[in-house]
Ligand binder design. Structure first.
Ligand SMILES: O=C(O)CCC(=O)C(=O)O
Length: 293
């Protein structure tokens, strides 16, 4: 007996073949989970971070700058001024223990990890890989000298945490592009672009998407005109993105165990976080006595 061609399935199969290692599901989150995640996000107190610090000053020709957007981290906090997690050399004094994932996010993570274990093998799936880190990025416009300036973009970069990276999106859709980095002068050639919709999952891993290409957020739509909570005095959020990553557990340390220099650099941020979080209040209280001078 002949079956009619299963067009939908074969198209999905072709899409997978075109970009193996990259997966997109526009309607990954259920309406109930999406609503629960948004109400949990609404209670966050995101942080404005500066890129550099006393012990990590700007390189020659660069100056201190604020990040383009407020952020929050779960699992561990990679402060910009500690220069993020960057193996093999940049692994110590970079990832500070942070709050665990709330139940609604842990449920998504469990599903994503199952999917990832089916998708990636061998060198694309590190032995102890699990998603234990989450960067929450707030995209929108910030108030600069009395004017609202759209800062909803991210420049070309790589995520250096080992193994697959997953991202969940909320609010206005965003255009993400993966661009090649293999040939000088052709760094901007777009090899894949994808609109990331409200409630969607993007998962990418393997050498093609983690090592051979950079990714960037080109723009975020302004269709709905809605602002997402939490309400911030100097920022209007129209998209929130969560990227889940893996940092080997031995590289995640409590604030109290950071080097004295790193503690000095991030102490004001920890104090700020402690105002909105019992977890960070406790972490600050455990810091060894700081000697004056
Ligand atoms: O907002 C996004 O969709 C991507 C964010 C991103 O590239 C990152 O957090 O490294």
């Amino acid at each position: 007996m002949a079956f009619p061609p299963n067009r939908g399935r074969s198209l999905a199969h072709k899409a997978r073949q075109r970009s193996p290692g990259h997966h997109y599901n526009a309607s990954f989150m259920s309406a109930a989970d999406r609503a629960e995640a948004l109400s949990w996000l609404a209670a966050l107190h995101p942080l404005w971070e500066e890129r550099y610090s006393k012990h990590f000053p700007p390189p020659p020709g660069q100056s201190q700058r604020r990040l383009l957007r407020p952020v929050y981290w779960l699992g561990n906090w990679q402060f910009a001024c500690l220069d993020y997690y960057h193996p093999p050399k940049g692994v110590l004094n970079r990832c500070v223990q942070a709050e665990p994932f709330p139940a609604v996010l842990q449920r998504q993570v469990t599903k994503i990890e199952e999917l990832a274990r089916r998708m990636y093998r061998g060198p694309d799936m590190p032995a102890r890989w699990h998603l234990n880190t989450c960067l929450v990025n707030f995209y929108g416009s910030r108030l600069e000298d009395g004017r609202w300036v759209d800062t909803a973009r991210v420049g070309e970069h790589k995520d250096f945490e080992p193994g697959p990276v997953a991202s969940l999106s909320f609010g206005e859709r965003a255009l993400i592009q993966f661009v090649t980095s293999s040939r000088p002068g052709e760094r901007d050639a777009v090899v894949l672009e994808q609109w990331l919709d409200d409630g969607s999952l993007q998962l990418f891993g393997g050498a093609r998407w983690k090592e051979q290409t950079f990714h960037r957020v080109q723009r975020v739509d302004t269709r709905t005109g809605k602002t997402l909570a939490p309400e911030l005095p100097d920022f209007r959020t129209r998209r929130i993105n969560l990227t889940f990553r893996y940092v080997p557990d031995e590289h995640v340390i409590p604030f109290a165990a950071l080097s004295p220099e790193a503690r000095e650099d991030v102490r004001p941020y920890m104090a700020q976080l402690a105002k909105g979080s019992a977890f960070f209040r406790d972490a600050v209280a455990r810091e060894p006595t700081v000697s004056p001078g």
